[in-house]
Design a protein around this ligand. Structure first.
Ligand SMILES: *Cc1c(COP(=O)(O)O)cnc(C)c1O
Length: 423
């Protein structure tokens, strides 16, 4: 092969489920991405809330390289030291007593919902015989949620566009409006095996749960015997300023799932639960070839040590204030944002009415100005930088955003979204 690959190669060789940006990063350092020409982008996307300690953090790189020289993979037929260390740390710092490792958020949620079904089934088994279909099998989820792309988790996802064309979908999953406790109380009955909820909706528009909502769900689950599952795939691992978002609500789940920031970019997911519930996943009841592998867990342990430290978590709160103040200062003169919201370093800026549906245009203009951003739906800009982003990069990113907003509001020529000179 003579020629190097470029963006046009994507359209020839990759299944077109994505529409990636125009530049191809070849290197990342801290909170900056670089293309092959050396041009840099400040990374406010963090690989979708994943690169929690930035790119190529020396401690994460060292963990990866050291483990890479030692042992890559043995499967779960054998235990491995990194997974035992990481699980011990997760258990020590959370409500949970037991950890099941997977490779992604969807898989962590798949494990959580399968466990809930299994617990219900065990409860109805008589003399070792399970009912063909248990009485308690329903799953309650919420509108606008996102739980993954496997058939079960995409059915739990409360956004019909992700389910189109994949029927028949697994039965027994219903959706009610997020933050509507009365509707949830009605939907959760003694036929409900699990309630799955994001304490802070990410993909759905960066919407925090109300305190009374999560507390009310906990109460209703206790009344009916349903298990409460917190999907912290995006909100976990220090993202909101506490190790997990649930800590800020004073409500503990029965099962918690996480992934994204856990490995800081190395694929890994986890389902955390109590000893009592974990006992229902007996040998062979569930499994994965790669889950909990030594490489993933060694990296995740190094990432965990950084993101769980007092200094990092305090730094998230400080960066939140600085980011939100910066966004408000950029938006205020034009009334650009209807709301700036979120927790920690998962922040959403919702475009005001005149610019509804145009988050995509602004993301593209920011890219032209050397800033890499995310959307959360058509109306919301999403910010999920590294939890340890240098303050200078945070400020520089905001300055680039200000320029992009200038382009957005007063395009120098032609339509917004057209390529124009950089920076
Ligand atoms: C991203 C995400 C998932 C799915 O994670 P994958 O690793 O893409 O499978 C599930 N739940 C939430 C809340 C997410 O943000």
């Amino acid at each position: 092969m003579r020629k190097t690959v470029d963006r046009s190669t994507f359209d020839r060789v990759i299944v077109p489920t994505y529409a990636p940006g125009a530049f191809i990063p070849v290197r990342g350092r801290g909170s900056r991405l670089y293309d092959a020409t050396g041009r840099d982008w400040i990374d406010f996307a963090g690989g979708i809330a994943v690169t929690s300690v930035g790119h190529a953090h020396p401690r994460a790189v060292k963990a990866l390289v050291d483990q890479g020289r030692r042992l890559w993979h043995v499967s779960n037929v054998l235990a491995n030291e990194p997974s035992l260390r990481l699980a011990s740390k997760l258990v020590a710092r959370t409500f949970a007593d037991r950890v099941f490792f997977a490779n992604s958020g969807a898989e962590a949620n798949e494990a959580a919902l399968k466990l809930a079904r299994r617990v219900a089934s065990d409860g109805e088994a008589k003399g070792g015989k399970r009912p063909a279909k248990p009485r308690r099998f329903e799953i309650v989820a919420f509108d606008n949620s996102f739980h993954g792309r496997t058939l079960l988790t995409v059915t739990a996802t409360g956004q019909p566009k992700y389910q189109e064309g994949y029927g028949p979908l697994p039965e027994g999953i219903r959706h009610v409006p997020y933050n509507d406790l009365a509707a949830a109380r009605k939907a959760i009955t003694d036929r409900t095996c699990a309630v799955i909820v994001e304490p802070l909706q990410g993909e759905g528009g960066v919407i925090p749960a109300r305190r009374e909502f999560l507390r009310g769900l906990r109460r209703r689950c206790d009344e009916t015997g349903a298990l409460l599952v917190f999907d912290e795939v995006q909100s976990g691992n220090g993202r909101t300023g506490t190790l997990f978002a649930y800590e800020q609500y004073g409500v503990a789940p029965d099962i918690l799932t996480t992934a994204k920031g856990l490995g800081g970019g190395f694929p890994i997911g986890a389902m955390l639960t109590t000893e009592k519930l974990a006992a229902h996943f007996t040998v062979g009841a569930h499994g994965t070839t790669y889950g909990g592998g030594p490489l993933a867990c060694a990296v995740a342990e190094a990432v965990f040590d950084i993101v769980s430290s007092k200094a990092t978590l305090a730094g998230v709160a400080r960066r939140h204030d600085r980011l939100v103040a910066g966004l408000e200062a950029i938006g205020r003169p034009h009334g650009l944002f209807a709301e700036v919201r979120g927790m920690g370093l998962l922040v959403g800026a919702e475009l005001a009415a005149p610019w509804k549906g145009r988050a995509k245009d602004l993301v593209r203009l920011a890219e032209d100005r050397g800033l890499f951003l995310l959307q959360a739906g058509p109306d919301v800009l999403r910010f999920a930088p590294s939890l340890v982003i240098p303050l200078a990069d945070l400020d520089a990113g905001l300055a680039r955003l200000r320029r992009a907003v200038g382009d957005f509001l007063a395009p120098p020529e032609g339509k917004p979204g057209k390529a124009r000179p950089r920076r």
